[in-house]
Design a protein around this ligand. Structure first.
Ligand SMILES: [Zn+2]
Length: 218
C-alpha cells in the first residue's frame, strides 16, 4: 500500500465516529494536531519544515507563493522532501484565481511533479479553475505517484472525470454534498482534511457522517 492510501477512511469508520477513540486521519492541514487521536499530514514550505511529533509532513510551493523567486524557493525542496517524515510533495498546484504569472505556476508545478516521481512520493494538489491544465500535465507525464486533490468542491461530473484518470479527492469543511455522496458510494472510503479551517478533524468527520447518513449511498 502506498503512503497516501493509509489516509483513506472507510465509511464504517466515519459513520462510527461517535464511538470516540478512533484515529482521525487528516490528509491535509496547516495546523499542528492538538488531538491525540489525530494522524495528520501537516503542510510545510521548503526551508521551513520541521519535525512534528506524531505527524507527517508534506512539503511544497503553494501556487500563491509562485513568483520570480520560485526557483530559489525550490532549491531547498529536494533535500527537505527526502526526509522520512515528509510523506508527500505539496501542497502545490495551479490557481487561476490567483493574480500572478500562470506560466510560472505551471513551471513550478511541473518541477514538483518531477520531484514526486524521483522520490516516489505522492502529490497533494491545490487546483482552482485549472483542471484542464492539470489533466493535460497528468496525461503527458502519466505519473506513477498518486495525486490527491485537496479541498475538492467540484460537482459530481468533475469528480467523475478526475476519478476516471486515477486522481484522488479529499474533502474539507466546504464541499458539494452530492459529490461527497458520489465519491463515498463509489470508493466506500473518503479522504478528509481540515486544511486551514477552524474546525477540528473530529468536527469534519461528524459533519461528513451526518451527510452520509442522511444521503443515498447507492
Ligand atoms: Zn491548504
Amino acid at each position: 500500500m502506498d503512503f497516501i492510501s493509509q489516509f483513506a477512511v472507510s465509511l464504517d469508520v466515519i459513520l462510527g465516529e461517535e464511538a470516540g477513540m478512533i484515529p482521525f486521519h487528516n490528509s491535509h492541514t496547516h495546523r499542528v494536531p492538538e488531538d491525540d487521536n489525530e494522524i495528520a499530514i501537516v503542510n510545510s514550505y521548503p526551508g521551513k519544515s520541521c519535525f512534528i511529533e506524531n505527524a507527517y509532513l508534506s512539503c511544497g510551493i503553494h501556487p500563491w507563493h509562485v513568483n520570480d523567486t520560485w526557483k530559489e524557493q525550490f532549491e531547498n525542496l529536494p533535500f527537505e522532501a527526502k526526509k522520512n517524515s515528509v510523506l508527500a510533495i505539496g501542497e502545490c498546484g495551479l490557481d487561476k484565481l490567483f493574480v500572478g504569472n500562470f506560466r510560472q505556476q505551471i513551471e513550478a508545478f511541473r518541477a514538483q511533479v518531477t520531484l514526486s516521481e524521483t522520490l516516489q512520493k505522492p502529490m497533494i494538489i491545490h487546483c482552482v479553475k485549472a483542471f484542464d491544465e492539470l489533466l493535460a500535465i497528468h496525461k503527458e507525464i502519466s505519473p506513477s505517484q498518486k495525486w490527491l486533490i485537496h479541498g475538492f468542491r467540484g460537482k459530481p461530473e468533475q469528480a467523475k472525470q478526475l476519478m476516471a484518470k486515477g486522481l484522488l479527492l479529499s474533502f474539507g469543511h466546504r464541499y458539494n454534498v452530492e459529490t461527497l455522496l458520489y465519491v463515498a458510494s463509489t470508493y466506500r472510503c473518503l479522504y478528509l482534511e481540515t486544511d486551514d479551517s477552524s474546525l477540528s478533524i473530529r468536527q469534519i468527520y461528524h459533519q461528513v457522517a451526518c451527510h452520509l447518513s442522511s444521503g443515498n449511498l447507492g
